[in-house]
Design a protein around this ligand. Structure first.
Ligand code: HEC
Length: 225
């Protein structure tokens, strides 16, 4: 009995250490993250993404200011993460299209791409319904039943904006990230590759629900902002 308790104790410590290493320690140097941010636009919803940098006193701009606005931001609230050594900017989409985000610091310039996709009211509604609606079908459980509860895994744009549509859909339907990572979160070293630990994360989406769920996830509030 005593031995079992010890093992459980060790297991808990290992999990905690694992989490810290994987997702909670920002490892910025001069970089600008994410390299590509995916978001959406719909006149009746708000789509925001966060860019982060370890550079000091950054100045931010957007090549095509008709596609999005950019403003320096307070650090987002990320549970258990240390983000105070980084600087952030919040981008709000104002039109569909693609443009470049530029960050300048100490005479050096870094750029990232911003991809804004148009979503219809129907797509947003289909995504919200799939997200919230309980079902007795085991592969159509409501996303909210896990993600909206206290301590649910964050999948807001804070974490997912760096991933393109196909990658996010594979995470939802096939429980896997691509074999090699090309991007990461704006707020942490989160750069997952390969199958997720939760191998049962294989949820059914109808054809219209695919764009719908992307629209819903990309329009969620992020980091308390
Ligand atoms: C039974 C609980 C459960 C349900 C239902 C569920 N998820 Fe998840 N989801 C998780 C867990 C746990 C993770 C983290 C898995 C891992 O990293 O191994 C996750 C991860 C994710 C991620 C990636 C975030 C990350 O940290 O890698 C996204 C995006 C996501 N879920 C979206 C959805 C959507 C959309 C639905 C509904 C169609 C859904 N989930 C349904 C529990 C759930």
């Amino acid at each position: 009995m005593l031995r079992l308790r010890c093992l459980v104790g060790v297991a808990v410590v290992l999990v905690a250490v694992g989490c810290t290493d994987d997702v909670e320690t920002p490892i910025y140097e001069f970089g600008l993250f994410p390299e590509v941010a995916h978001t959406g636009f719909n006149p009746n919803a708000t789509f925001k993404v966060m860019f982060g940098t370890g550079a000091s006193d950054p100045k931010w701009s957007i090549d095509d200011p008709s596609i999005a606005t950019i403003a320096p931001s307070a650090p987002p609230k990320v549970p258990r993460a240390t983000v105070k050594s980084s600087s952030f900017a919040l981008v709000t989409a104002t039109k569909a299209g693609e443009t470049t985000v530029t960050m300048t610091s100490g005479g050096k310039t870094l750029t990232a791409r911003l991809v804004v996709k148009a979503y219809t009211d129907d797509q947003l509604a289909a995504g919200k319904a799939r997200y919230d609606t309980e079902s007795t079908d085991p592969v159509r459980k409501s996303c909210a039943s896990c993600h909206a509860k206290e301590g649910g895994v964050d999948h807001s744009p804070l974490k997912m904006a760096g991933f393109d549509d196909a990658t996010v859909l594979n995470v939802i339907q096939e429980a896997t990230y691509p074999a090699s990572g090309t991007t990461r979160s704006a707020t942490s070293a989160f750069a997952p590759t390969g199958p997720m630990e939760f191998t049962g994360h294989k949820w059914n989406l109808t054809e219209p629900e695919k764009d719908g769920i992307l629209a819903h996830l990309r329009s969620l509030p992020l980091g308390g902002l």
